[in-house]
Each structure stands twice: as structure tokens, then as C-alpha cells.
Design a protein around this ligand. Structure first.
Ligand code: SAM
Ligand code: DTB
Ligand code: SF4
Length: 332
């Protein structure tokens, strides 16, 4: 359970819908007010993402360029060596990132030598003084414990959409299996990073339902990534319309209001957003982004760190230094 009484985990769909459907500027104003109460609004967390194993994934996530069954033309890459990963982590540190997230195109972790190698990577990145995050698919309790012991701070595992819409997007696993992994992550003592994607053809009711699932977990996720669908050529969703910025803003603002202590991360899709559009998302309570010198997320383009620094400067925002753990435990 949450320790802080100001954090509610009994949100109902009706209440959250009333927030999501507020007149837009009123919604943004309320979210900005909450943001200012819980966070330093000028600070943006900079996270660096590295794909440590790319493509060839057995899952059928309809949005994903890494699913083996879609012809997306991406370069498949087996698990990188620990040295290569540590070189990337050092560069991330040099350009001011405070969190380094390693992603693998796996359905789930298997107890094999690849997992042993990921454990070594985690230890190495931790030793550099970066906050270590992993996103490796589904985990058992034992695997979660091993990651925690090796020094993983946060585990990213998105619900992606509502339970009701889930099977329209992914058929090779169930919503409940994802929720179970979130419980394993929390039980092992890692922080939970979980959010979703806007623009999969879902309705506002689906976005609201997904946010309600996250906000009614025994403890809120510590970070909530809000991804705008990146329409990858060759995936079943490539012809969907570009997501409206106001749908992104409403989702960010609602997440900010109902999970006030969480970091809300404006994740995929920034390449197709103007600086002004991103500014609306920051105003609505987003306070974290993926950036770095690689200029890619996993397989799709992302703004480079130089461009992002320029944007932060224009907006009067500053990079957040490594998260203060005392503050985290005081608010959760
Ligand atoms: N394979 C693991 C998994 O699915 O949990 C970890 C990596 S997976 C690529 C991480 C997340 O990236 C997905 O849950 C999804 O939210 C996001 N993602 C993947 N492709 C995307 C796309 N084309 N547009 C927006 N978000 C995307
Ligand atoms: C998250 O929510 N977004 C990141 C991270 N978690 C792993 C991934 C975005 C991927 C965007 C599409 C791509 O480059 O494959
Ligand atoms: Fe695989 Fe993750 Fe992509 Fe789904 S989102 S196809 S599990 S890499």
C-alpha cells in the first residue's frame, strides 16, 4: 500500500474519466498545479535507452518494429557484449543522463547465459554511478530478485493499452501476465516503470482504463512512460493516423493528476512532435524524456541530445540530477 495518504489507489473509471474529459485548458491547469506541488517543475529527467538485443522477437505486438513476423527491414542484433554496453553507458553519463535503460526484444527472460550477461552489464553500469533500468519482457519472481541484487533500480514493463483492447494489439500474451510481472518487480524491491502507448486505435475509454489499472496497483508506478505510437513500416499499425497532440496531452495530464508522485515520461514519438507540442506535454506534467547521442530509441529515430538541450534551454528547463532516494521513499 502507499504510505502517503495523498496518494490514492482507489480511483474509479468514472472519476478518472471526469478528469480526462475536463475542458483542455482546465485539465492542463490542474495537472500543472499538481506537478508544482510534487515536483520541481523546471527539472526534466534525462534517460538514455540502449537496445542490447534487437529484433527477432517472437511476440506479435502490432506496433513493434522488432517483432520477427513483420517485414520491417530492421537490422537484427544478438545480445551485445558487456564492453560495448559499458562504452555506451559511459557516453550517456558524459552527456548528462542520469538513468541508463537497457532493452531487449524478448518476450520474457530465460534463465540462460544471456541473462547472466545482462546481470554483468547491470553491475558494470551501476558501477559507473548511473541509475540502472532494464526492460527485458516478463519476469519470474526469482529473476526479478536476481536483477535487484545485481543493482537494477527500475524495471520498465508497459501495460501498453487497456485490458479490453489488449487482444486487438497483442495476442501472444495476456494483460494479466504483464500485471503479474509488475507485482514481481515490486516484490523484489525494484521501482516500477509502467505506462503505455497512445494512438493504437484505442478509445479515450481505453486510455482511461489503462491509467486506472496503473493508479490502482497497491503502489503507483514510480515512472509512467507515455509513448506516442511510432508508425513503423511493415507493422500492422503502419497506416494509422498520427496521434493528436491533444490526446497525448490529456493522457499525460491525467497520469500526472492521479499518480502525482510518479515521473511521467514523454517517451516514443517525440521525433514527430514540434518543440511547442512537447512544451504542452511538459506543462501538463511530463518531467522525463529519453535522449542521448545515439539519436535513436530502440529502432526508430529520436531527437539528439544537442537538439534536446536546445529545447530545454528555450523552455527554461534544466536536467535533473540523479533522483534523490530519500524523496522517493518519502512520497511512496
Ligand atoms: N520486449 C520488452 C517488452 O515488450 O516489454 C521490452 C522492450 S519493448 C520495445 C518496450 C516498450 O516499447 C513497449 O512496451 C511499448 O510500449 C514501446 N514501443 C515499442 N514499439 C513502439 C512503437 N512503435 N511506438 C511506441 N511505443 C513503442
Ligand atoms: C518505453 O515506454 N518506451 C521506450 C522504452 N519504454 C523501452 C521504447 C520506445 C520504443 C519506440 C519504438 C522503437 O524505437 O522501437
Ligand atoms: Fe517483442 Fe517487446 Fe516488441 Fe512486443 S514490444 S514485439 S515483446 S520487443
Amino acid at each position: 500500500m502507499q504510505n502517503n495518504p495523498a496518494l490514492r489507489n482507489d480511483w474509479t473509471k468514472k472519476e478518472v474519466e471526469a478528469i480526462y474529459q475536463l475542458p483542455l485548458l482546465e485539465l492542463i491547469y490542474q495537472a500543472a498545479t499538481v506537478h508544482r506541488t510534487w515536483h520541481k517543475p523546471q527539472e526534466i529527467q534525462l534517460c538514455t535507452l540502449l537496445s542490447v538485443k534487437t529484433g527477432g522477437c517472437p511476440e506479435d505486438c502490432a506496433y513493434c518494429g522488432q517483432a520477427a513476423r513483420y517485414q520491417t527491414g530492421i537490422q537484427v542484433q544478438a545480445l551485445l557484449s558487456t564492453d560495448v554496453v559499458l562504452a555506451h553507458a559511459q557516453k550517456a553519463k558524459d552527456v548528462g543522463s542520469s538513468r541508463f535503460c537497457m532493452a531487449a526484444a524478448w518476450r520474457e527472460v530465460r534463465d540462460n547465459r544471456d541473462f547472466d550477461r545482462v546481470i554483468d552489464m547491470v553491475k558494470g553500469v551501476n558501477a559507473l554511478g548511473l541509475e540502472v533500468c532494464c526492460t527485458l519482457g516478463m519476469l519470474t519472481e526469482g529473476q526479478a530478485e536476481r536483477l535487484k541484487e545485481a543493482g537494477v533500480h527500475a524495471y520498465n514493463h508497459n501495460l501498453d493499452t487497456s485490458e479490453a483492447y489488449y487482444e486487438q494489439v497483442i495476442s501472444t500474451r495476456q494483460f494479466d501476465q504483464r500485471v503479474n510481472t509488475l507485482h514481481h518487480v515490486r516484490k523484489a524491491g525494484m521501482t516500477v516503470c509502467s505506462g503505455g502507448i497512445v494512438g493504437l486505435g484505442e478509445t479515450p475509454a481505453d486510455r482511461i482504463a489503462m491509467l486506472v489499472t496503473l493508479a490502482t496497483l497497491p503502489q503507483h508506478p514510480d515512472s509512467v512512460p507515455v509513448n506516442a505510437l511510432v508508425r513503423v513500416k511493415g507493422t500492422p499499425l503502419e497506416h494509422l493516423p498520427k496521434v493528436s497532440i491533444w490526446d497525448m496531452v490529456r493522457t499525460v495530464a491525467t497520469a500526472r493528476i492521479i499518480m502525482p508522485a510518479a515521473m511521467v515520461r514523454l517517451s516514443a514519438g517525440r521525433m514527430e512532435m514540434s518543440e511547442e507540442e512537447q512544451a504542452w506535454c511538459f506543462m501538463a506534467g511530463a518531467n522525463s524524456i529519453f535522449t542521448g547521442e545515439r539519436e535513436t530509441l530502440l529502432v526508430t529515430p529520436n531527437p539528439g541530445v544537442t537538439e534536446d538541450m536546445c529545447m530545454l534551454d528555450n523552455l527554461g528547463l534544466i536536467p535533473m540530477v540523479k533522483q534523490n532516494k530519500v524523496h522517493e521513499s518519502a512520497t511512496n
